[in-house]
Design a protein around this ligand. Structure first.
Ligand SMILES: Cc1ncc(COP(=O)(O)O)c(C=O)c1O
Length: 399
């Protein structure tokens, strides 16, 4: 499906639907009239088949306790064989209400207070909270910016492993916010280092279906199997980013090793007694079984919006640098050479009227960057560009 047709078919106005992105601007940013390009969900409705499956269940009208539909896993594995081609097994699968909740639980289960946990900023900001809020110690190895894009500083990563007693590493793959889809060789180097220093790895692969043309996603599962390291790996993923299902509260924790499963099941027995989200699972199963064409259309929109943003800004405000978008629907922009000071709220919010994610949310070293959500109409991205161009004119006039 062409981008324009996808947008025409699936774009929805969300204002007035209790949407966090559209209706919580006053609470979040202190101004209700901003153009929202922040939190990572989409302004598109789900595939018709998903809506129909939900409508059928809702029509039945009974929402008592449920269990996972028996074909859930085969729908998921079918999706995998047509897309990333990662081999999962049904007995590895545990459900959680969200990937972030899953990571909180995994940290509570596999680490103790005071343990050291490694992350790679700039990175999805709840990774900081999951560590700090549970009184674990945060250790970071910052990604490095090169002419060719963001790279892992392997020397520094190993130094952190050597100088600290890292219990757990949280990998973000593909990486939010810098948009990298890690290559096999990079993942192999990373996991080999974790193996060398006996570190447990959580690979957050929630963006694994959102891969732009020319890039190939490789799961940490594939690499860990090659390295005989599956007993140190946990993968989290979900249908929520791919199909815009976040508030249906259905996400996956994959525990390939029996030792990890036993530990987690014992922990779950003590701390998790609620069931699964029946609507979340019905939606996910339908999406995995039938959502291929929809995803293809969505990726055309994301690519189109990214190219639109890049084209407009590189020709009209060349001082803004845009990272190459390999995966996710989140563009990462470096505004440091453009803005006369890094009073980002003043320029981006008060002057340009945009609600975006600020770079410093992802790393203290990323002040001056912004993240823009591209999972919206081309018109919204054009409007955002126009707001930036108006700001550029004002800057030239010396505000
Ligand atoms: C890397 C990453 N992990 C997890 C999440 C959130 O997942 P959930 O809503 O399932 O908690 C996001 C949302 O943007 C994300 O980017």
């Amino acid at each position: 499906m062409e981008a324009a047709e996808f947008i025409q078919t699936y774009y929805r106005k969300r204002k007035g639907t209790d949407s966090l992105k559209w209706d919580a601007l006053e609470e979040r940013y202190g101004a209700a009239d901003l153009l929202p390009l922040w939190v990572a969900d989409m302004d598109f409705s789900v595939p018709e088949s998903v809506q129909a499956a939900l409508a059928e269940r809702i029509g039945h009208g009974v929402f008592g306790y449920s269990f996972t539909p028996k074909d859930y896993f085969s729908a998921y594995q079918g999706w995998q064989s047509r897309h990333e081609q990662t081999l999962f097994q049904a007995e590895w699968l545990h459900f959680t209400s969200g990937v972030v909740q899953g990571i909180y639980d995994l940290i509570a289960c596999f680490t103790a207070e005071g343990d050291q946990i490694l992350i790679q900023p700039p990175v999805y900001y709840p990774f900081f909270d999951v560590v700090k809020n549970q009184k674990r110690r945060l250790v970071t190895s910052e990604l490095i910016e090169t002419e060719a894009g963001y790279r892992i500083d392997f020397e520094h990563f190993e130094k952190q492993l050597k100088e600290n007693t890292i219990k757990l590493f949280i990998l973000c793959s593909p990486h939010n916010p810098v948009g990298r889809v890690w290559e096999k060789a990079e993942l192999k180097k990373l996991l080999s280092l974790c193996q060398k220093y006996d570190v447990l790895v959580i690979s957050d692969e929630i963006h694994s279906d959102l891969i732009l043309p020319g890039n190939t996603f490789c799961s940490a599962l594939t690499i860990a199997a090659e390295l005989d390291f599956l007993d140190h790996l946990i993968v989290c993923n979900a249908p929520s980013k791919t199909f815009n299902l976040a508030s249906l509260l259905n996400a996956h924790i994959w525990l390939p090793a029996e030792n990890l499963r036993k530990t987690y099941q014992a922990w779950e027995g003590l701390h998790r007694q609620t069931g699964i989200s029946v609507l979340g699972q019905i939606a996910a199963q339908a999406a995995y079984a039938t959502g291929d064409e929809w995803l293809e259309g969505l990726l055309t929109v994301v690519e189109g919006n990214y190219q639109l943003l890049k084209r407009q800004l590189t020709t009209q405000i060349p001082k803004i640098k845009i990272s190459e978008l390999q995966g996710t629907y989140l563009a990462w922009l470096d505004l440091r050479d453009w803005l006369p000071s890094l009073d980002m709220k003043f320029f981006i919010q008060d002057q340009a009227g945009l609600a975006i994610d600020y770079g410093e949310w992802f790393s203290p070293e990323s002040k001056g960057f912004i993240r823009i959500n591209l999972a919206t109409s081309a018109e919204t991205i054009e409007t955002a560009v126009n707001h930036l161009l108006t700001l550029d004119h004002k800057l030239k006039g010396g505000i």
